[in-house]
Design a binder for this molecule. Sequence first.
Ligand code: GCB
Length: 597
Amino acid sequence: MKICLAILLFALCAQAHPTDLITNTDGRKTTSLDGQWQVIVDPYESGYYNYRYQPSDNGYFKNAKPKSKSDLIEYDFDKSATLKVPGDWNTQSDQLFFYEGTVWYKKSFDYQRKADARLFVYFGAANYFADVYLNGEKLGQHEGGFTPFNFEITKLVRDTGNFLVVKVDNKRRRDAVPTLMTDWWNYGGLTREVMLIETSSTFVNDYLVQLKPGSRDRVSGWVRLAGEKLSQRITVRIPEAGVVKSFATDGNGLAAIDFNADLKLWSPESPKLYDVTIEAETDRVRDQIGFRSIETRGTDILLNGRPVFLRGVCIHEEAPLRGGRAYSREDAVTLLGWAKELGANFVRLAHYPHNEFMIREADRMGILVWSEIPVYWTIEWENPATLENARNQLSEVIARDKNRAAVVIWSVANETPLSDARLSFLRNLITHARQLDPTRLLSAAMERHYLDNKTQMIDDPLGEFLDVLGCNEYVGWYDGLPEKADGLEWKSKYQKPLVMSEFGGDALFNHHGDSLTRWTEEYQENIYQHQISMLKRIPFLRGAAPWILMDFRSPRRPLPGIQDYWNRKGLVSDRGEKKKAFYIMQRWYRELKKSQH
Ligand code: GCB
């Protein structure tokens, strides 16, 4: 299977060399390790710790076999059950549905490689901790459930009989990102693709090829090599635009790139992608890149210099029609297809980085993306390790997606309670994001409050540091009845665009009643009707993203017969059936689209 992934990023771990990133797999030799893996469910982590709770030298990662009939070995991968990768474990086995803990995965492979090639093992994502071993040796650990990582295995790999073992642990932790409490399912496992990637000994390990901020005909960025031969001539080609530009990398393998180009700009109406190649003396990578500008002016969001209204919808990475963690191109096409049908030109991918298929498809389909990290609700603001972890997750998603035209907003947090510690944590993330990527807008779903019972005020101090204000509100669901929205006025301390990043309420598909009966499609429809008339009255509103496109699993939602562990705020049910509110939103978005042209 050919997987189109842009940036493969090294885990920041002791064993990995942090500068050895790998870029695009296009034009690279890759071997998929997807398929059935042998697994051992290990709730007490006895494959990792001995009975004194010390890490053991003879853990399951050794994949040991009895050498004689008297040998005592209490596990056997080869006789164990299997799970499909990519995939969460919860929806592959009834026994694992509510499981939070450790599962060991094992895959054997042979590999014939060329003499001077380097080999990496790449993970699209593993939720949440992954300890990775090859042939019994530890490669490293990765923390964070939604971003890619990889390890070099050039020296350890053998021609035959390799065994790759991964301990995946999804126990929730107070100091983690996200923390203990979320409103989504904690799907565990190797949830995205795993593959081997072969590169030349010095290779193009990363690049940024985007329009220079403030310009629509100047491309700027950088290319970085990793390996021994760091000083090289590199050439950037965009054949369709007649671009052939050469640069020299410095002693650290870095070349700044900067050139004029006459480009057809990427937009939702015309999502033009160009073939771009980056050629070094020892390597060559290909990518498909769209060029567009995104900025704000006063309360406007400007796409390619023109005001745009973000007709959006929020999406969780829940698989359409079958449930479980979504991961394939087909899942992305289905979810984004429904968003398009709704009339959206924008999606908020909540509440963590989604798989790369989503971003790649959004690039192709012309859908603007808000991408976010799981700094959600009650993170440990004062814990430096938690901050480091959040920064790392942000670095990893920016590394992966920084060349995607679709992504226009990085969001650093969702509904986080006000405090000085929280503000300094989030400011740190904002500064970090701006340093890594000066081309995109920064946002967050902020706090807001009632000044009196008719006025909502946006004055969260975070607003000062953001480009786009995000607010979640549930007027009509958690906050009064639907008609409460009619009398509400919105004020903001900031002269900045607002995206209403959540609103809505639950309805079980095909559950009917009057417009004030909870859980019915009629109640949900009623909320949307009142919401839309309120939203129309907010003068600085520049985008809306109702919660949510499709019902999604949540352990916080047990109500029998209605929720059954699903958050039912979807405009579409988990089976793909459209609820009445879908058509209310669709009608508004049609009107908006007409009025924009
Ligand atoms: C919110 C959260 C979202 C929840 C939603 C709800 O404010 O941001 O993650 O799922 O409300 O349904 O309550």
